[in-house]
Design a protein. Structure first.
Length: 99
């Protein structure tokens, strides 16, 4: 998995490519743990994301809670059909802002 970061004022865009699973989730968790403070918007661009596991979902939920606690917003964009299906089955489609 690779993560490209684009910071624009109080917004961070993370373009994630590959698989977000047990082995790669800690990489995203580290980035979100270090870089969310003071942000108003976090955009997770999943255009090139192939797969997400429960470990990846846990990281998304933690980032969502952090953004909400600081009155910011987290948006997930570009998720493919498989990833969207995971969001639907797990109920994450009701929690996350999906575009």
């Amino acid at each position: 998995m690779t993560i490209e970061e684009v910071k624009e004022q109080d917004q961070l865009i993370l373009k994630i490519k590959g698989r977000l699973d047990t082995t790669t989730a800690p990489q995203l968790e580290q980035i979100t743990g270090e870089k969310l403070e003071g942000l108003r918007k976090l955009v997770l661009d999943f255009t090139a994301l192939e797969y997400i596991s429960s470990a990846g979902l846990r990281v998304l939920l933690a980032a969502h809670k952090t953004m909400k606690s600081q009155e910011g917003v987290m948006v997930v964009t570009g998720a493919n059909e498989e990833v969207q299906e995971v969001f639907t089955i797990t109920g994450f489609s009701d929690i996350l802002n999906l575009e």
